[in-house]
Design a protein around this ligand. Sequence first.
Ligand code: SF4
Ligand code: SF4
Length: 316
Amino acid sequence: MSSNSACETWLPEDELQLHIERDETIVFASSSGHCNLDCSYCIISPIAKHQPSLSYDDLRFVLDQLNGRVFMIFSGTGDFFAAQRRDDLLLTRLLEDPRLSVALDINGVVVHCIDTLPAEALARIRQVNLTLHYRQLVDHNALRHWQRNALMLLQRLEPVVCVNMILSAPEQAVWEPALEWYEANVHRESPKPLHLIQDVNRPLTAADDNVIAHLQQRFGSMIRSVRRGSFAQVFEPFDYVTCPAGQEYFRIWHDGRIQACPNVPELHDCGHAKERRFAPRTAPLDCHDARHCDCYHIASAGKMVFHRAGHNPASR
Ligand code: SF4
Ligand code: SF4
């Protein structure tokens, strides 16, 4: 088998999967250089603190370089809202562009704009990944902020909100108290189930598995799924892919760097949002390293061609 249309059938149906339209340019924007939490399992090391962030004008520059519809996925270095002031109105101003849809990956401690967005703009927020970092919320005395923001998000955007909690083995002792708190303070008022996601860097033990089984039994349908595994598994059946990195997919960093793909060194320099440079690629790339989160989302948008030895490549 070698076909991009097959992609949509072999990628698992998944509530957490981003819904990307075929005619949209995908821009992963790690726009924030600051996070207000200090999670022990954060994959950004050191955790981003008071680094440069992308302004409205920086993101406007990128949008102006792209034709047609754009899907910006705000996820990465810091927390999207933590680096902004409320009166920046960053999200409100961005969503004034009708070509733009967004997804947000947030920790929920600070949330701006969403409570006042008009319905038309609200409809172009396609996904909100809201993570409950319980231990950090306790340590930062932020549980009440998170509760208020979670309930507001669920009231305005419930169908597209995914609530997540990270299962990191060293924090096993707080898994159950975290779920108890969520049940009493959010789920009781707005019955949104949550996804438990394994810490990618710390394997779970048999004892951890027993605890997870207990939690599933105790909390029942409040736990929508327990996610393990990696994006790499999805690509294992294929030898290489043809990828639109630098044409229909970009990654922008909080300091302004624009990359066609952060995982392929020769694709690292594709411009700079703060220097107002943009140099997209003119041809797709045959890539043998498809195994990352971004690859998965590009594939799920039907934008890749998959190749296997002995099979003819399919046209896109
Ligand atoms: S909220 Fe996210 S970015 Fe911030 S420290 Fe925790 S895992 Fe890292
Ligand atoms: S690593 Fe993934 S996103 Fe980057 S060029 Fe390869 S397939 Fe595309």
